[in-house]
Design a protein around this ligand. Structure first.
Ligand SMILES: NC(=O)c1ccc[n+]([C@@H]2O[C@H](COP(=O)([O-])OP(=O)(O)OC[C@H]3O[C@@H](n4cnc5c(N)ncnc54)[C@H](O)[C@@H]3O)[C@@H](O)[C@H]2O)c1
Length: 346
């Protein structure tokens, strides 16, 4: 594996919508070069390669064999994340894989073990963590001024109909699920992260609009290991855009709304703490900075593979519960307390 000197040579696997955001992030980060990009769509790979001044490939195996890369970012369909991570680890290349980490707990475990064995970093792209708002929300909760967290409520809308996103998102095998696996991973991450604890069990209901094979709506209750209770509602219904998490604490509450900002309430007083993040691209840059720093120093990334696995395990417990009608345990655990909580609050 190459080190981070003189520059960090990055490869991108998947040159779609999010791949472009990662290229933009790399451009904003001194010392990082996009050296190669790969997509099964040759025209897409070549277009991004021209833009980034990189080499283009249509097979990630060829890119990994021919390019001396330090790290890769995997932004391909969900079911391909595991095999691509394993290939990168075998080539001794660090990995930042987009959320959701994979579509099964077994795949997540194989990814963690392969990267551990190869001595490479495995980071998972829960990019919401890296926004300024996220850091502000976390700081206020960790300061203890609102008292202990008791309950969390998360609501998110996302238009989920054919044509609203690339077709593979509607294929249950390739996507691993619908709104919960794709969009709900952000909310389930937020719940675990802000509660400071891993999800233990879930009672959920899912349904599908428009005859799609994947779920477009879901609601559920989550029990966390530290006693915090959470609920989540994800919908494709045509209601005004909502992406909001309310954290109820012993002495107040915090409301984090992506379009409106962060509010803190104590008694009758409500204070706007931070406006919405102006530049979502900045979060991708901060995430890439954390990844390259982890590769350079050997410290864990803020969101590592073991944590990424806990989010996938919670999504799968949602699906199991929706099927069984019962409360289901989050399997594959015990999942560690999100390691970043301690690091971020230090
Ligand atoms: N962090 C976020 O906020 C965020 C937002 C949207 C999507 N995502 C995630 O990013 C990932 C990609 O999503 P997207 O919206 O960019 O999808 P996309 O369809 O736009 O991009 C995926 C790309 O992967 C390519 N691809 C498919 N099979 C391949 C293979 N075998 N080898 C190489 N390339 C291959 C496709 O041709 C496509 O260009 C997903 O994991 C998704 O959940 C994250």
């Amino acid at each position: 594996m190459r080190t981070n000197e003189p520059g960090f040579r990055l490869g991108i696997i998947g040159t779609g919508i999010v791949g472009a955001l990662h290229v933009q992030a790399a451009r904003a980060l001194p010392g990082v070069t996009v050296a190669a990009v790969c997509d099964i769509r040759a025209d897409a790979a070549q277009a991004m390669a021209r833009q980034a001044g990189a080499a283009a490939y249509t097979r990630h195996e060829d890119m990994l064999a021919r390019e001396p890369l330090d790290g890769v970012i995997i932004t391909a369909p969900h079911a391909l994340h595991a095999q691509m991570t394993l290939a990168a680890a075998a080539a001794g290349v660090h990995v930042l894989v987009e959320k959701p980490m994979a579509t099964s707990v077994a795949d997540c475990t194989a990814m963690v073990e392969a990267c551990d064995a190869a001595g490479v970093v495995l980071a998972v792209g829960h990019v919401v963590r890296f926004g300024a708002g996220a850091r502000r929300a976390e700081a206020i909760l960790r300061s203890g001024e609102l008292g202990p967290v008791r309950a969390i409520s998360h609501r998110r809308t996302s238009h989920y109909a054919k044509g609203s996103r690339p077709d593979w998102f509607f294929d249950p095998v390739m996507a691993g699920g619908g709104i919960v696996m794709n969009v709900g991973t952000h909310g389930l991450d937020r719940i675990q992260w802000l509660a400071g604890s891993a999800a233990e069990s879930v009672h959920a209901h899912t349904w599908s609009r428009g005859g799609l094979e994947i779920e477009t709506d879901a609601m559920g209750l989550v029990d966390l290991a530290n006693g915090v209770k959470a609920d989540f509602h994800l919908t494709s219904a045509p209601v005004p855009y909502t992406d909001e998490t309310v954290v109820l604490c012993e002495q107040g509450s915090l409301r984090w709304s992506a379009p409106e900002g962060i509010w803190v309430s104590r008694g009758a007083a409500e204070t706007l703490l931070a406006p919405p993040d102006e530049e979502p691209a900045d979060a991708f840059t901060a995430q890439l900075a954390d990844f390259t720093e982890a590769c350079r120093t050997g410290r864990p990334p803020i969101v590592d593979g073991r944590y990424g696995r806990s989010v996938v395990a919670t999504v799968l417990a949602v699906y199991e519960s929706a099927l069984s009608g019962r409360t289901e345990s989050v399997t594959g655990g015990p999942h560690p307390l999100p390691g970043d909580l301690l690091r971020n609050s230090a």
